[in-house]
Design a protein around this ligand. Structure first.
Ligand code: M6R
Length: 624
């Protein structure tokens, strides 16, 4: 949550900061701001309540002159309402020191009390402002009068004050600071919040994630918890919080910046829905054959012997990623492999029960979700091995897991997760196939069929996407409904949950996802005449029961949309149908979710909602 940017170099600092913020806006978008200094140490600061476009306009009306270093921030409010006063950057009492911050300073009230007693004046309700004043105190303790400090002394003094301040903070932070008397250096530090440095030629960048500066450089250094960096235009030095220099390797990111642009689509969400065949294909490529062989060994050190050694698989994740975990549970159980799926935020006690033979599969698009990371740490402490299923190279999760299975979906910008979910499902089907084949549960011919079926999924996704217009018509018909019900069973039960989540998050209307078998235990009572009910009912073992559930719902007035295939369509009697291409029932979640995503998109479009940046949400939830 919250996105931070930083820049130092000879190019137009404010443009670069604002462009970076636009790319990070998915992380939070209730207010934003930038600060920059010129070579003489004059500080330029602009903040707005609202979106980065408004900030851009404000800066264009009265541009900064000669700024060569600065920081920027787009906010998802935690402490203090969204407002200009609470927007970052925050300043100290002198107005010469600015900070931007992503995370939560847990001891800010203690610090604030002491600072108030020392005479500091606060202008916001945020925890972040405290940091600026703590640095100011440290500067004072170093006997620095900003106006009088000799220029050759500013860097070591600023560095030391910043370092000492960082050591006083408890909680999570990705933090960057600029001090006007020291225009040649931006300082940055990380603890439990993502932070990455971009290395350019004669210029360097700081950001919460690489998409902010990918158009300038792909060479990056990821900071770890407890690390800080002094970023100058000609180089970057890395330190631990004790001030000891550390060596860091750079990596080259394969994504390019155009992958994170809309490419002719009205919204990122729609573009990303259309990228799902590719996401699945890229995630499966080179990792499937031979199923049960050692194909994952070179990439992540996971051998077929390791796979045979795990007694059970425990999925942990949040939101949409949890729904992928629930599909995983059904799939592994289908193969007779004990499997569990929990939301990461409710895992604390169960984490303590993890044992050596459990493989904990932590699923996270961003690899930065605080609850998932916390759960991983607890599970590891209890002795479990962890595999990360993530889309984000270099994310915290990848550094804490024992094995990393990347989903190769490319950047997902829309807050509502779509292609990342498909990538997660592809990775889980891949893993389940290897588990079942390595243990002899899938015999050679069955394993071959499983792999062949899986490899056909990208083509079937394209066929499903081709029905967009018809699905849009169904969505328009129901767009003014205030309640939606989604039901299904077995592997598609999590898809019912996901369909409801998509509607809720981008249309702000009430939607429920239920295991169809639960309907008679209570939820059927909420059905009223004309209530939209979307039932995922493919051919296979659940069809008869689903057909019955649809009848029961219709008898109570539900207006049913059945997501079927050509065969199950004959059995399920609904008012409207969306017909999926045929695949084995086990693989249907990778198709059935697509009409539900498209449906949610067009309901939100009809309601004129802000689809890529839904209210109250942020793409990465980096606080617990
Ligand atoms: O980055 P992660 O996959 O860990 O994120 C988990 C959830 O926050 C995320 O899936 C969220 O539920 C999406 N907004 C749903 O569309």
């Amino acid at each position: 949550m919250c996105g931070i940017t930083g820049y130092i170099g000879e190019n137009k600092t404010t443009d670069i900061l604002i462009d970076g913020l636009k790319r990070l806006e998915y992380r939070g978008y209730d207010s934003c701001g930038i600060a920059a200094v010129d070579a003489k140490g004059s500080l330029y600061l602009r903040r707005v309540s609202g979106r980065v476009d408004a900030l851009d306009k404000l800066v264009a009306e009265d541009p900064a002159k000669g700024a060569r270093a600065g920081v920027g921030h787009t906010r998802w409010a935690t402490h203090g309402a969204p407002s200009e006063d609470n927007a970052h950057p925050h300043t100290d009492c002198t107005g010469k020191l600015v900070v931007v911050h992503n995370g939560i300073i847990e001891n800010y009230l203690d610090l604030k009390e002491k600072l108030l007693a020392a005479g500091h004046k606060f202008k916001s309700e945020t925890d972040t402002e405290v940091i600026a004043h703590v640095i100011e105190e440290k500067l004072k303790a170093l006997n620095v009068q900003a106006a009088a400090v000799r220029s050759e002394m500013t860097e070591p003094v600023f560095f030391e004050a910043f370092r000492r301040a960082v050591n006083d903070l408890k909680g999570s932070f990705a933090l960057s600071a600029v001090w006007a008397p020291c225009p040649g250096m931006v300082l940055t530090a990380r603890m439990h919040s993502p932070l990455v440095i971009g290395l350019g030629k004669g210029e360097n960048f700081i950001a919460s994630d690489v998409s902010a500066f990918l158009k300038h450089t792909k060479r990056v250094v990821f900071l770890n918890d407890g690390e800080m960096a002094a970023v100058r235009k000609d180089g970057v030095d890395y330190y631990d919080f004790k001030g000891k220099k550390t060596a860091k390797d750079s990596v080259t990111i394969q994504w390019d910046s155009t992958m994170a642009e809309k490419g002719g689509y009205k919204h990122f969400m729609l573009k990303e829905i259309h990228e799902q065949a590719e996401a699945v294909e890229n995630t499966l490529r080179g990792r499937l054959l031979p199923l049960g062989g050692d194909v994952l060994k070179a990439e992540m050190g996971l051998t077929s012997d390791d796979i045979k050694g795990f007694a059970s698989v425990q999925f942990i994740a949040c939101g949409t990623a949890h729904h992928a975990g629930l599909v995983g549970r059904a799939l592994f159980e289908n193969f007779g492999i004990p499997s569990y799926a929990d939301v990461a935020s409710e895992f604390t006690d169960r984490a303590k029960l993890m044992r050596k033979g459990t493989l904990v599969a932590a699923i996270s698009q961003s690899g930065e979700t605080a609850d998932t990371l916390f759960a991983v740490r607890e599970a590891k402490a209890a002795g479990a091995k962890v595999i990360a299923i993530t889309n984000t190279v270099g994310s915290t999760l990848t550094r804490e897991a024992d094995y990393v299975l990347y989903t190769h979906c490319g950047p997902e910008i829309g807050v509502a997760s779509t292609k990342a979910f498909l990538g997660q499902l592809a990775a889980i089907y891949l893993l389940a196939g290897h588990f079942a084949a390595a243990r002899g549960i899938l015999k050679a011919s069955d394993a071959r069929r499983y792999a062949e079926d899986l490899l056909k999924i990208p083509r079937l996704i394209e066929e499903t996407l081709a029905q967009e217009k018809d699905i849009a018509k169904v969505a328009q018909h129901f767009a003014s409904s205030e309640h939606f019900l989604f039901i299904s069973r077995h592997v598609n039960y999590p898809i019912a949950l996901e369909g409801a989540l998509k509607i809720k998050e981008i249309s702000y209307v009430h939607a429920e996802g239920y295991a169809a078998g639960e309907m008679k235990h209570g939820p059927i009572a909420i059905i009223y005449k004309g209530m939209p009910l979307l039932a995922v009912a493919p051919s296979g073992r659940t069809l008869e029961l689903m057909a019955g559930n649809v009848e029961e719902a219709k008898a109570r007035g539900a207006d049913v949309v059945a997501i079927v295939d050509e065969d199950s369509r004959k059995r399920v009697k609904a008012g409207r149908y969306i017909t999926l291409p045929k695949t084995d029932e086990l693989f249907t979640p990778m198709l059935s979710v697509i009409p539900l995503q498209i449906f949610a998109y067009y309901v939100a479009l009809a309601k004129k909602c802000d689809i890529d940046k839904p209210r109250n949400l942020a793409k990465s939830v980096t606080v617990r």
